[in-house]
Design a binder for this molecule. Structure first.
Ligand code: PTJ
Length: 250
């Protein structure tokens, strides 16, 4: 790890740590060519949110967790950025929820799949986690999508009822919603099509969300749904937060 990223007292420690994780993942061949661009866009929105979990995002996190906990076939979908930024934490979450994870990448190549599967299996072994890792052998397709990004497994994403898809692309989010699934997304950009299409939109940074979810599960506060949850309100409150941040800066 680079010197600055290793020092937790640095004011930008978390941000540096995330960048460092991406650099390491890049070296292992886990990432898509545009992974760092996607991360940079996320960082810009995170800056506008004050690099914190705002109250509406925490409510959305609780709602998502309640839906995952009560699902018949919950699945967590993983892409390159998610594995790089929070692979270990996501596997702990899946272990607690007793649900499988599925590697489902937008820019699919056999080399990337091998690198991602290898990385996750290594963590699983080290952390002694009981999690099924799907995605190596897709045997189903998401209807309405062209090309390799439609590939998924029947046992996992295809037959899931509630799906957590962090950092999802808008098209695929729409296709999954059209399949009748409850789609829970994590996206720092409240303007994205994914954010607007999803059943629950957590407008927060991925690694913070997964940490919050793991803590909620450990504390036993996870399974309670939010009373009268409205996703449109979650998105609206993120805009309000960003607007007040901008006016306080101006
Ligand atoms: O591994 P692959 O092939 O599946 O590709 C993954 C990426 C992320 C490269 C691919 O899905 C992609 O190009 O995504 P987009 O369309 O750029 O969307 C990424 C979204 O995630 C953007 O809206 C970003 O604001 C958001 N984002 C980026 N980093 C984070 C984030 N949201 C939460 N936490 C982050 N750390």
């Amino acid at each position: 790890m680079t010197e600055i990223a290793a020092d937790p007292s640095h004011p930008r420690y978390q941000s540096l740590l995330m960048r460092h994780r991406l650099e390491e993942a890049e070296k292992k061949g886990m990432l898509a060519g545009s992974a760092l661009i996607a991360h940079g866009r996320g960082e810009a929105f995170d800056y506008l949110l004050g690099e914190q979990t705002i109250p509406s995002a925490l409510r959305a996190t609780q709602q998502a967790l309640a839906l995952l906990s009560s699902a018949k076939r919950p699945v967590i979908s993983l892409n390159g950025n998610v594995v790089a930024l929070a692979g270990k934490e996501v596997l702990h979450l899946a272990h607690q929820l007793k649900c499988p994870v599925e590697i489902n990448i937008f820019y699919r190549t056999p080399e990337r799949m091998k690198a991602l599967l290898g990385h996750l299996n290594e963590i699983k072994l080290q952390e002694k986690l009981d999690v099924e890792i799907l995605g190596a052998e897709p045997d189903a397709r998401i209807p309405g999508l062209e090309g390799p990004r439609a590939n998924c497994t029947k046992q996992g994403i295809f037959e899931s009822d509630v799906l957590l898809v962090p950092l999802e692309d808008g098209d695929r989010c729409e296709a999954l919603v059209a399949m009748g699934k409850t789609v829970l997304v994590i996206d720092l950009n409240p303007l994205s099509r994914t954010a607007r299409m999803a059943s629950v939109t957590i407008i927060d940074e991925l690694s913070r969300v997964i940490t919050n979810m793991n803590e909620m599960l450990l504390s036993g506060a996870a399974t309670k749904p939010v009373e009268n949850y409205q996703n449109a309100q979650t998105i609206e409150e993120a805009f309000t937060h960003i607007a007040s941040f901008l006016s306080s800066e101006g």
